[in-house]
Structures are given as C-alpha cells and as structure tokens.
Design a protein around this ligand. Structure first.
Ligand SMILES: [Zn+2]
Length: 394
C-alpha cells in the first residue's frame, strides 16, 4: 500500500468517526433532509445506560440531525451553570436544581424543576425560567405558558424551515468537499499522468472548498445562534484542524438550533403519521406514567411536587393537543395494540402484558398496571393523572 492510499484510508476512517455520535440514550435523532424524516435508531449493544452510539448517514446533504433529550428523562450531569451567584445544576433525569451556599456552609436548595435541556443554550434559558419560578408567588401559569410555547409544532415547523433554508448552501459545500476529497482524490491518484501537478491542483481546490465551508458554517452559526460564541470558536478550531469535521458542521448547527423545541413537536412538524405514531405513543406514556426514579430526590416540598405534577400534565396535554390537530388520537395510542389471549393486565408505560395480576410493572418501577377486564372505557387515557406513589392500582 502506498503512502497516498494510507492517507486516503485514514481520512475515510476519520470521516466515519465524525458520522458516529455518542449521544444520550433517550434522545431523538431524525435524519433525512428532504421532508421524509425518520428516526435514527441506536444499536442496543453499542452503548451504556446513559449514552449510545448513533451512526448517521455518510452523505451530509441527506442528513438533518435533531438530537434532543426527551423531557424528564435525561440531562447531562456535567452541566453546571453559574447565574447571579447561584449555582444551577442540571441533575439526572432532566432535573434542574438551584442551590445556594449559606453562611454556615450548608448548601440549600432554592428551587427545582424538571425540564428538558438538550443544549447549553436551552439549559441557560431553562435556568432563567426556573429562577423566575423560584421567585414567583404563583409559578404554575408561568410553567404552562412556557410549555405551550415549547411544544408548539407550528413554531417547530417554522424553526425547521428556517434551519433548512439557512443550511442549504453549507450542506452543498459539505457535499462538494466530501466528494472532492475522496472522489477526486482517488481519480487523480490512479488516472492522472502527472501526479505532482495533479496533487497540487487537488489540494488547492480542496482547501478552497474547505475554507468556504468553514466561512459559511461560521455565518450560519452567527445567524442561528447569536449567543453561542464560545461554541462557535471551538467549532472553528476543530474545523480548521480537520476538513472531516467541517463536513459535518450542519449536523451540529441543527442540533443547537432546535435546542429550544420539544423533540415531539419537531417530530410532529416533520414526520409522516406512520412514523410519528409509535414515537408519540412512547412519549405520552412516559410523561403520563413517570418512574419512581424520576420523582424529586432533593426537594420534595409540597409546592415543588405540585409544580412538577402540573407541568408534566400540561406538557402531556399540550402534546396530545398538537397530535390531535394532526389527526392522531392519543387516547387510542395509549391502549395496548392487541390483547394477548392469556393476558389479564398491562403496563401503561411500556405496554407489556402479564398473565397474572400484578400491581406494578416489573420493568417500570412505580407504574401501576391496568386490568384488561376494566374494558377500554375504563382505561386511563389522560383524564385522570397518576403521580408516583398514588397511582391507582388495577
Ligand atoms: Zn412497564
């Protein structure tokens, strides 16, 4: 194998590594840039409890990446934000807590709320909201207003549209860069009569497209996310170090630009019914039937519990509203597909069916099962709301 061949292989390996993303296990990744969006599924065996490998399409123009942490499920523990001398910490399971160190050295929790924060920018906004919540005498209306905005599929659609428009040129440049590096590289190497001259031409054109892609990515980033200048410089540095990194810039920009939208709202705005339904079913079931591990751990005051319950219900209702506007019946989605012959009850969160009567689903701690004998009319479809600990047992 010659040096040039080794170089091309190394380039291909680096590029493949750019297409593999290490993302939170429960995030939503949508791919397909021309209106036909589908969910990218992470291989079960390649990942751990929290994170998973997502392998994206090798062609940058056909990929739009939307990676989000579904509400109440996951947040990056490493995110620590300092705002107004208070430490706002994102805990696991999408929980955000604010704490203050008192004069005696004790850390006191001053407010807590569970929200999704897919990006640093979203986290900052949420922290500001929580700060307002902690100070507000009646926090629930504030939460409701925020959640309605956050789950509005029309807003998500507008954002997705703007994003696609703005990233068009960048995606074309990325595609050109990729085909030039590998396509033209291989062609010139094997078929050119004067390799040195050809190499010079090849490299100069590659550098021109590479720099153009970096410049356009910089402009897109400034327009889509004016506040994220530190991320922009980091991105610029890595893109200057490796052209393979520059080829995937639009993925990272779309991830950040959709950071303030609920993942299901984005899915409602972009996905066809057939693909949207299983996703919607899972989201709504998880919102309506939270696990015990998702309950507040560090602050279980009455007010916080009420706020959490209200906001979770508002979020589920807002999403159900958006789905019904798209012609999807959430009540129907919340029932198991078909009753197994021997099954007597089923789990309202994971839809597993059981042949003996049990109160709690073994795979979903804290989630009560429902008896099939109840009949569909008695099955909980959202009008009653179960909070952990007081779930109605079938
Ligand atoms: Zn279950």
């Amino acid at each position: 194998m010659t040096d040039a061949e080794i170089l091309l292989l190394v380039g291909a390996a680096i590029y493949c590594s750019e297409c593999v993303n290490w993302l939170p296990a429960r995030c939503l990744v949508l791919t397909g840039g021309h209106g036909r969006m589908r969910c990218a599924a992470a291989p079960e065996f390649l990942g751990n409890e929290h994170k998973r490998l997502f392998v994206l399409s090798l062609l940058p123009t056909t990929t739009t990446l939307v990676a989000r942490h579904p509400a109440y499920l996951f947040c990056d523990e490493s995110l620590l934000l300092e705002l107004d001398n208070r430490t706002w910490q994102l805990l696991t399971f999408g929980q955000i807590a604010a704490s203050e160190v008192r004069a005696d050295g004790d850390r006191v929790l001053i407010g807590e709320h569970r929200f999704q924060a897919g990006t640093r920018r979203a986290a900052r906004q949420l922290c500001r909201l929580i700060q307002r919540l902690a100070e507000a005498p009646q926090p629930s209306p504030l939460v409701a207003a925020h959640l309605r905005r956050y789950t509005d599929p029309e807003r998500a659609e507008r954002r997705t549209h703007v994003l696609r428009e703005r990233l068009q040129l960048l995606q074309q440049l990325q595609f050109m860069l990729l085909t030039w590096i590998f396509g033209a590289g291989i062609f010139l190497y094997y078929f050119s009569a004067a390799p040195w001259q050809a190499l010079l031409r090849y490299l100069s054109i590659a550098v021109v497209i590479w720099m153009a892609a970096i410049g356009v990515a910089w402009c897109c980033s400034r327009r889509l996310n004016p506040a994220g200048s530190s991320d922009r410089w980091k991105e610029l540095f890595f893109s200057l170090v490796s052209p393979m990194h520059a080829v995937r810039a639009s993925d990272r920009l779309s991830l950040d630009a959709l950071g303030d939208e609920h993942p299901l709202a984005v899915a409602i705005a972009t996905m066809p019914h057939r693909r949207l339904e299983p996703l919607a079913r899972q989201y709504i079931a998880e919102l309506r039937h939270p696990l015990t591990s998702e309950s507040p751990v560090s602050d279980d005051s009455q007010a916080t519990r009420a706020l959490l319950r209200d906001s979770r219900r508002t979020l589920a209702d807002a999403l159900a509203d958006s789905l019904s506007r798209k012609g999807i019946d959430v009540d129907k989605l919340s029932l198991p597909d078909q009753q197994d012959q021997d099954a007597v009850c089923w789990c309202q969160r994971c839809f597993s069916q059981y042949t003996r009567l049990i109160n709690e689903c073994p795979s979903c701690p804290g989630v009560a099962t429902r008896k099939f004998a109840d009949g569909p009319s008695n099955i909980n479809t959202g009008s009653t709301y179960h909070e952990n600990g007081d779930s109605e047992v079938a």
